[in-house]
Design a protein around this ligand. Structure first.
Ligand SMILES: Cc1cc2nc3c(=O)[nH]c(=O)nc-3n(C[C@H](O)[C@H](O)[C@H](O)COP(=O)(O)OP(=O)(O)OC[C@H]3O[C@@H](n4cnc5c(N)ncnc54)[C@H](O)[C@@H]3O)c2cc1C
Ligand code: SF4
Ligand code: SF4
Length: 477
């Protein structure tokens, strides 16, 4: 674990996000603190270990704690359940589920508009909502990720107000991208505009925290769309995949993480990088790189202390339909958890107008689709929190409590994941890029214990379920 990262340029001795979050390796790189800092002292920058995090240059005013109040990994009592109750609890029809949080409706489906589905990460329903929100003038602009206009970055959050661009940015971005400049832009004095924001669960939490104290953000952000999230790898993930696909990391112009063409299963999408000279790297099937993703190589440490799988604070959460009945529909389907009545109506209207195809699905099916992520993010968090306590590490307040029994049962799995993450991040900058074979071999062997743990957990769960249904049948008989 890259704990207690030494930081350049710290002049302030005052408590702020760099001393309280970044130095404890708890920053996810959302940039919201940078976007709202009233003294403009913070700036996002790439860290040596491949993470994106703020640096500070200057002295904070004595009583200022603005950055800490908006940080999703700040130690405050406003956990997701409390914030969700504030936003959605007033609706008499709201339901609650231990995994999904609060929700009104749950659907599965896909877009029927243009190439939404073809270009979308799953069923293209996020793009469908973004386009529909713009077209029906419910919002003036969308905040989402696009390819960066700058030479230095691959992606950036942008303010987008045309449908053509919304369609062109479909897909998933597995790379740290900060919201600093768009948050500052929304918060500017002057022109009132309404926005819809797309983000990972922790980003949506940061936005909701910022909306608590910043009236302009509260007034202007009308809709939030959350992407269900397992974890976020840092920039070395993209560099490594680009290099093994034949494109030098420094020469990458653009990256597509989820090409659907010619896949055999919905989850077996391909990664492809394109160079600045428009040369395409070889397409890497997810099945060939799944150990890199699954074992958590190059992962951001903050994700180890996150218990929001479904973006519980978003007006709508969208995710892949990882269910057996959709596995072979390689065009893709989206699962949706809707918490906002207006969005539920928008979807029903779309179904009637034939711009999308959707049907209700149970909350338990949605949980089932993410069972691996729930196990990792919620159940194993009990073990990780206990482990962090043993190490004397600072961790933010969580809804999940440290649990010595879970730790005892899974300590090797927990230790292996931390080791995989931190070693891959330390080693990658030192690897001889002209000979990647050794590093790839290292990745393979280091992933093995985690892959095996996952395999055995699956088998033991299967046996438990079989036993349960056997005894259940005997009872009935
Ligand atoms: C890091 C990460 C981890 C994920 N983990 C899971 C998981 O464990 N299980 C699961 O079911 N789904 C996961 N997803 C969500 C999934 O990949 C799809 O994004 C989701 O199913 C929506 O698909 P869609 O076809 O509706 O979206 P699209 O129609 O393709 O639209 C996606 C929109 O989201 C924007 N976008 C893409 N990446 C980001 C990002 N990082 N931050 C903000 N906006 C972004 C795009 O620009 C586009 O506007 C994850 C996504 C990310 C980025
Ligand atoms: S998680 Fe976001 S708000 Fe917190 S320190 Fe990092 S960039 Fe700032
Ligand atoms: S796992 Fe949690 S902290 Fe990590 S990117 Fe996803 S929502 Fe954010």
């Amino acid at each position: 674990m890259d704990n207690l990262i030494p930081h350049k340029q710290i002049i302030s001795t005052h408590k702020q996000v760099v001393s309280e979050i970044v130095e404890h390796d708890l920053c996810i790189g959302c940039g919201i603190c940078v976007g709202i800092c009233p003294s403009n002292l913070l700036e996002m920058s790439w860290q040596e270990n491949g993470d994106l995090a703020p640096d500070i240059d200057g002295k904070c005013p004595p009583s200022c704690d603005a950055c800490l109040t908006v940080c999703p990994f700040g130690d405050h009592s406003l956990v997701e359940t409390t914030l969700a109750m504030q936003d959605f609890g007033h609706n008499n029809n709201i339901k609650t589920d231990p995994d999904l949080g609060l929700y009104l409706e749950t659907f599965v489906g896909h877009s029927l508009i243009d190439n939404h589905r073809k270009n979308g990460a799953s069923g293209g329903m996020t793009t469908w909502f973004l386009e529909t929100l713009l077209e029906t003038n419910r919002v003036d602009a969308i905040i989402s990720i696009n390819k960066s206009d700058s030479e230095q970055e691959l992606f950036e959050f942008q303010v987008i107000d045309d449908i053509q661009t919304i369609q062109s940015i479909a897909g998933s971005v597995y790379h740290p991208v900060d919201m600093a400049s768009v948050i500052a832009q929304i918060n500017q004095k002057g022109l009132e505009k309404n926005y819809a924001v797309v983000g990972l669960p922790c980003f949506i939490k940061g936005i909701k925290l910022a909306m608590q104290t910043m009236p302009r953000l509260r007034r202007r952000i009308k809709v939030t769309l959350g992407l269900t999230c397992g974890h976020l790898p840092n920039k070395f993930y993209t560099e490594y995949l680009s290099e093994i696909s034949g494109i030098k990391a420094g020469d990458v112009q653009s990256v597509d993480y989820r090409i659907k063409k010619r896949t055999n299963r919905a989850g077996n999408f391909k990664f492809q990088a394109t160079s600045k000279t428009k040369k395409s790297g070889s397409a890497l099937a997810f099945s060939d790189i799944s150990n890199i993703w699954g074992a958590g190589h190059f992962g951001m440490n903050a994700c180890n202390f996150c218990d929001d799988v479904f973006a519980e604070l978003a007006d709508i959460s969208v995710m892949d339909a990882w269910l057996p009945e959709y596995e072979y529909d390689t065009d893709g389907n989206s699962l949706m958890i809707i918490r906002n009545q207006e969005l539920a109506q928008l979807l029903l209207d779309g179904m009637e107008l034939n711009t999308c195809k959707a049907q209700p699905i149970s909350a338990s099916e949605i949980s089932k689709s993410q069972s691996g992520v729930i196990f990792h993010k919620k159940y194993l968090l009990e073990a990780r929190l206990f482990w962090a306590g043993l190490q004397g590490l600072k961790v933010p307040q969580k809804r999940v409590q440290p649990n010595p029994a879970v730790y005892q049962q899974h300590k090797w799995q927990v230790a292996a994941r931390f080791a995989v993450q931190s070693t891959s991040k330390k080693l990658w900058p030192k690897v001889n890029k002209s000979n990647l074979k050794l590093f790839s071999l290292y990745i393979y062997f280091l992933s093995l214990p985690i892959v095996l743990f996952k395999f055995f957990t699956k088998i033991s769960n299967l046996i438990k379920n079989l036993k349960k249904s056997y005894f259940f049948k005997r009872k009935i008989n």
